[in-house]
Design a protein around this ligand. Structure first.
Ligand code: IMP
Ligand code: MG
Length: 175
């Protein structure tokens, strides 16, 4: 068990399990994107670890870039998603894979897709290491999903609780 701020977390998914799943996701993408030089776009901050491992398991040519989004969920149920760091690359005609740490309600992924709407990309795929189907409110299909998990808060492997826990190599679930 670990403690971050005021909350306790219990081990949930090991580093070995994560690695096998990220490798499987990279292989799926590699087969789909044969003949392309895709651009992997990581969504900061949470996706820094999954993007790193995904790219290492991807054995063909690829490019890497980042965007930064922040979702503010106040008292209302609709999350407002703010863009903090935009696309710094012309993606016209490119195959893009958005790489997320986790898709929860889907507000962030919806806002991200809007970011690509006028960019004339060839294709846009979505990869997420974690997906909470019970919390998902959108109809946007997800192309590469690592783990479907229950609607409980997790930390580790890039995911934080109020800034802490991102450096943990494995995943912990709120006790
Ligand atoms: P959304 O609800 O799909 O827009 O997810 C918004 C963001 O909330 C994600 O990108 C994460 O940064 C964060 N988030 C959602 N669920 C969790 C969790 O279980 N642990 C840590 N962060 C989470
Ligand atoms: Mg995130």
């Amino acid at each position: 068990m670990i403690q971050l701020h005021d909350k306790q977390f219990v081990p949930f998914i090991t580093a070995t399990e994560i690695d096998a799943v990220v490798k499987r996701m990279a292989k799926e993408a590699e087969e789909d994107l044969e003949g392309e030089v895709p651009v992997f776009v990581g969504v900061l901050n949470g996706s820094f670890m999954v993007l790193s491992d995904f790219a290492k398991h991807y054995t063909k040519d690829c490019e890497i870039n980042f965007v930064k989004m922040s979702s503010y969920e106040g008292t209302s149920t609709t999350g407002e998603v703010k863009q903090l760091l935009g696309l710094s690359q012309n993606l016209e005609g490119r195959s893009v894979v958005l790489i997320e740490d986790i898709v929860d309600t889907g507000h962030t992924i919806e806002a991200l897709i809007q970011l690509f709407e006028n960019k004339n990309v060839k294709q846009l795929k979505i990869a997420t290491l974690f997906f909470k189907p019970e919390a998902y409110t959108k109809n946007i299909p997800l192309d590469y999903v690592g783990f479907e998990i229950p609607n409980k808060f997790i930390v580790g492997y890039g995911l934080d609780y109020d800034g802490l826990g991102r450096n943990l190599p494995e995943i912990y679930q709120l006790k």
